[in-house]
Design a protein around this ligand. Structure first.
Ligand code: NI
Length: 184
């Protein structure tokens, strides 16, 4: 079991475009994957990208916990992922990031996507996703292009410390409800 250090916002690797993996089945890639899984399980997170352990290659892992959705997904690795939105629909929800500890932000993401890539066995993976599943894939794949979620935010008022977050959620809800009332 190897829990690796997770680098934080400001580290140059988190701004880099990561390199494609030439052959997912190489033993060194399995070693990186194993370390990523150990690290993510240690901190009990939903997803992790290789650059977050300072390995700038195009590999992400994620899972969808049962509490998040009716369609939970076990820990999945995706090598050289490609994402394609299925339509223009976006929704906003709160995100956190292990490289931006202590904060949460309201981030717009595509609601429905198709994604593809390779497993660590070299097998091609193709899936459609929506909701939390689509969100976590977009968040993790952004890391491979040097993008952290605050860069996706449209309203930085909703970048908040975790201790302030419950109050911010209520405030946002009230603001949105008020906007709905005005629309009617
Ligand atoms: Ni992240």
């Amino acid at each position: 079991m190897t829990v690796r250090n997770i680098i934080r916002m400001g580290h140059p690797t988190l701004r880099k475009v990561s390199q494609p993996v030439t052959d997912p089945t190489l033993p060194e890639n399995l070693q990186i994957l194993t370390d990523m899984v150990d690290t993510l399980e240690h901190v009990n997170g939903a997803g992790l990208a290789a650059p977050q352990i300072n390995v700038p290659i195009r590999m992400v892992i994620f899972h969808v916990p049962a509490m998040r959705t009716e369609e939970p997904l076990p820990m999945t690795v995706l090598v050289n992922p490609v994402i394609e939105p299925l339509d223009d629909e976006q929704d906003e929800d709160w995100e956190g990031c292990l490289s931006v500890p202590g904060l949460r932000g309201l981030v717009p993401r595509y609601s429905n996507i198709r994604y593809s890539g390779y497993g660590i066995d070299g097998q091609r993976i193709e899936r459609q996703a929506s909701g939390f599943h689509a969100r976590v894939v977009q968040h993790e794949c952004d890391h491979l292009d040097g993008i952290l979620y605050p860069q996706r935010m449209v309203d930085l008022r909703w970048l908040v410390y975790e201790s302030e977050w419950p109050a911010a959620v209520s405030e946002l809800r009230a603001e949105r409800n008020q906007a709905d009332d005005h629309d009617q």
